[in-house]
Design a protein around this ligand. Structure first.
Ligand SMILES: [Zn+2]
Length: 54
């Protein structure tokens, strides 16, 4: 399942959200640790897992 990695700009806590969760709570993503909404998305290779299949 694809995940998106986020990093809190306030406490630098890093966390992952599943794509479905991100899609659903797009407008209210927040740090699970300090509750800050000042977060940065780190779209990494984590979300691009075995996409090739021919
Ligand atoms: Zn935080």
């Amino acid at each position: 399942m694809p995940t998106y990695e986020f990093k809190c700009a306030k406490c630098t806590h890093k966390f992952n959200l599943y794509e479905s969760m991100v899609e659903h709570d797009k407008h209210q993503e927040k740090c699970p640790k300090c509750g800050s909404k000042d977060i940065n998305s780190l779209i990494s290779a984590v979300s691009v897992k075995t996409a090739k299949k021919s």
